[in-house]
Design a protein around this ligand. Structure first.
Ligand code: SF4
Ligand code: ZN
Length: 343
C-alpha cells in the first residue's frame, strides 16, 4: 500500500520530512519548505519593499536553492525586491572555475543579473597562489577573511542594500558549537543573528533566509526540483575544525533529529553577563573596512603574503600592527617566527 501524503491526503508520499517526520508528496513538501522560508523572512522583517538584494551565489546547493526560493517568494508575495547574484572567485582551479559555470547557468535560468568579484582583482592573489605560499593548514583562514570582504566589496559595486547568503540551520549550529568550544563570545553572539545591520563604514547588511532550513531538506528540495547545482568539495580540503563540529552534530542528529534546532536555540538564548568586555568595532586604518584592531585581518594577512611572512595574520601578532603601519622592519627573530609554515 503506498503511503499517502499526510498534508493533502491525496497524492503518494515520496519523502519523509527530516524536520518533522511527516510523509509528504512532492508538491506539499515544496509548499511547506517555501512557506517556512517565507515565515522566516516575514517574521524577522528581513527585507523592505523596493530593496536591491544581492544573493551570495557559489553554485552550491544552498545558494542555488536560496536563489530559486527567493525568486519564487518575491513573485508569490510581491516582496518588491530587485534580486541579483553576487559571486566570489577565489581562484581555485578545478573547483571554483567549474562552480562559477553553474552560477552562470543559474543566471540564465533565473534571469538575474550576476556580478563576479575575484580575489585576484581585489587582493592580487588567487587561492592557488596563496596555498603555494602558506600550505594546506591555514588556507581556509585566508579564504574566509578574504571572502567576507570580497562579498562586501562586490555588494558595494552593485549598490545593493542587502546581501543574503545560503547559510542553513546545520551551518549555524556548527558555528555555534565551534564558537562555544573556542569560547569566542563575540562571535557566538553574532553567528546566531539572522541579520546584521550595517556596522561601520561601507559594510552591507547581511541576512540568512535559510537559517532554519535543514541541510537534508535543502538537498531534497534541490533534488526534486531538479535544480542545477555543483556538488564537489573544494580541492583545498574543508576546514578541519568545522569538520569535527559537523561530524559531532550529525551524530547528535541521528539520535535526535531536533538537535540542530536545539543547538541554534541554545546559541540564541545565551546571554552575556553585564560588564564582560567585548571587542569594540572601529575601522581599519589602511583600507577602511570594519576592524577591532588598527589593521583589519585581511590587511594583515595580505601584508604577510606580500612580505613572504605567511604567519603574520595567523594567531595573535597585534603587537606588530604598529610596526606594519609605520613600515618599521621586523627583527630577525620576529621574521624567523613568521616565516615558518607547517605544510
Ligand atoms: Fe576556501 Fe577553505 Fe572553503 Fe576551499 S575549503 S573554498 S580554501 S574556505
Ligand atoms: Zn584593512
Amino acid at each position: 500500500m503506498p503511503v499517502l501524503c499526510s498534508s493533502c491526503g491525496d497524492k503518494r508520499a515520496v519523502l519523509k520530512r527530516p524536520k518533522t517526520g511527516h510523509s509528504l508528496c512532492k508538491e506539499c513538501f515544496f509548499w511547506a519548505f517555501e512557506e517556512e522560508v517565507h515565515l522566516t523572512i516575514v517574521g524577522a522583517k528581513l527585507f523592505t519593499h523596493g530593496e536591491k538584494v544581492g544573493i551570495g551565489a557559489s553554485g552550491g546547493k544552498d545558494s542555488t536553492v536560496l536563489a530559486h526560493v527567493m525568486k519564487v517568494l518575491n513573485e508569490r508575495y510581491n516582496y518588491g525586491l530587485e534580486l541579483m547574484l553576487l559571486s566570489v572567485d577565489e581562484g581555485i582551479t578545478g573547483y571554483r572555475d567549474d562552480s562559477l559555470e553553474t552560477v552562470k547557468r543559474n543566471q540564465q535560468q533565473y534571469d538575474l543579473p550576476l556580478k563576479i568579484v575575484s580575489y585576484e582583482e581585489l587582493y592580487g592573489w588567487t587561492m592557488d597562489a596563496i596555498v603555494k605560499q602558506v600550505g594546506l593548514k591555514n588556507n581556509c583562514t585566508f579564504c574566509g577573511v578574504f571572502r567576507r570582504q570580497a562579498l562586501d566589496r562586490g555588494a558595494i559595486m552593485l549598490k545593493v542594500d542587502k546581501i543574503c547568503t545560503g547559510h542553513n540551520a546545520d551551518d549555524v549550529a556548527e558555528t555555534v558549537l565551534m564558537n562555544f568550544l573556542r569560547g569566542d563570545i563575540a562571535r557566538l553572539r553574532r553567528c546566531t543573528a539572522i541579520s546584521t545591520t550595517s556596522e561601520g563604514d561601507g559594510v552591507v547588511p547581511r541576512c540568512k533566509p535559510l537559517k532554519y532550513a535543514y541541510e537534508k531538506e535543502i538537498v531534497l528540495y534541490a533534488y526534486f526540483k531538479k535544480l542545477d547545482y555543483f556538488s564537489t568539495e573544494c580541492i583545498y580540503s574543508p576546514n578541519a575544525y568545522r569538520g569535527y563540529a559537523r561530524t559531532f552534530l550529525k551524530d547528535l542528529e541521528s539520535v535526535r533529529s531536533s538537535s540542530i534546532m536545539d543547538v541554534i536555540h541554545s546559541g540564541e538564548n545565551l546571554s552575556v553577563r553585564d560588564g564582560v568586555k567585548m571587542p569594540s568595532q572601529g575601522t581599519c586604518t589602511r583600507c577602511g573596512y570594519i576592524s577591532s584592531q588598527a589593521l583589519c585581518k585581511a590587511c594583515v594577512l595580505l601584508e604577510g603574503l606580500n612580505r613572504g611572512l605567511p604567519k603574520l595574520g595567523i594567531g595573535k601578532h597585534h603587537k606588530l600592527h604598529g610596526k606594519i603601519l609605520s613600515q618599521e622592519p621586523f627583527t630577525e627573530k620576529e621574521e624567523r617566527k613568521l616565516k615558518a609554515v607547517d605544510f
